[in-house]
Write a protein that binds this ligand. Structure first.
Ligand code: SF4
Ligand code: SF4
Ligand code: SF4
Length: 216
């Protein structure tokens, strides 16, 4: 395992063993995947996290700088409160206002980045990340090293209307959680594997997929 990933996994496992965290991160669906009525909730979730922070800093995405596997935006990794202040003190981040943070969030949504809130002991959210599946440390640990316990799904689930679906397969390429597969020219969807990121919604040419609140 890459040292970059190993360092984070050792930290997470130490916190998990001590019962200081229940998981390392949680997915929040991208806003463009939700209808105007629906996206109020996740949008508020994200903005509330920023609003409730005493200070917000933004730094370059460490995962994309390290792995360089895509050209998604770099300046989209939010650090909150003392974590941000510490990074600013070391010259690794800069302070941002709430309106600027909202603009950065919008840019991340446009690029289809997955929102993850990152947790540290006492379940404190210390970062609000905008992640790509190819570089993100948590998504790699989850997918490649089978640590599904580290990442918690969002409150939303994708629902596809099979009558509208034209079996183009675009959502299959988009879903990094293997909830969508292609078999004999048919798109097959297993909603049990959906983590609610919303990335399949924005690519569907038939508007066959929407996000719905998951049953509690
Ligand atoms: S967790 Fe996400 S935004 Fe944060 S550094 Fe990694 S990929 Fe970048
Ligand atoms: S089906 Fe896949 S891409 Fe679509 S919301 Fe669920 S996890 Fe995300
Ligand atoms: S992107 Fe839409 S139309 Fe294409 S296979 Fe997926 S649900 Fe069907």
């Amino acid at each position: 395992m890459d040292d970059f990933l190993k360092e984070r996994l050792v930290k997470y496992d130490t916190w998990l063993d001590r019962g200081q965290i229940s998981f390392s991160s949680k997915i929040i669906p991208i806003r463009e995947s939700l209808s105007a009525r629906q996206w109020v909730l996740p949008s508020e979730q994200v903005l509330n996290i920023l609003q409730n922070a005493q200070s917000i800093a933004v730094q370059k995405c460490g995962c994309r700088v390290h792995f360089s596997r895509c050209n998604k935006p770099l300046d989209v990794c939010f650090l909150l409160n003392k974590t941000g202040e510490h990074a600013i003190g070391k010259g690794q981040a800069r302070s941002v206002s709430l309106p600027e943070a909202a603009d950065i969030l919008r840019k991340a949504d446009e690029h289809g980045l997955i929102h993850l809130t990152l947790y540290r002991p006492d379940h404190e959210i210390y970062a609000l990340c905008n992640c790509c599946p190819c570089c993100c440390h948590d998504l790699q640990l989850m997918k490649i090293y089978n640590r599904q316990d580290l990442v918690v799904r969002s409150e939303y689930v994708a629902m596809t209307d099979k009558d509208l679906c034209i079996n183009c397969g675009k959502c299959v390429e988009r879903c990094i959680f293997d909830a969508r597969t292609f078999d004999d020219s048919q798109m097959l969807y297993n909603s049990g594997l959906c983590l609610g990121c919303g990335l399949c919604v924005t690519v569907c040419p038939a508007r066959a997929t929407v996000m719905e609140l998951r049953d509690p």
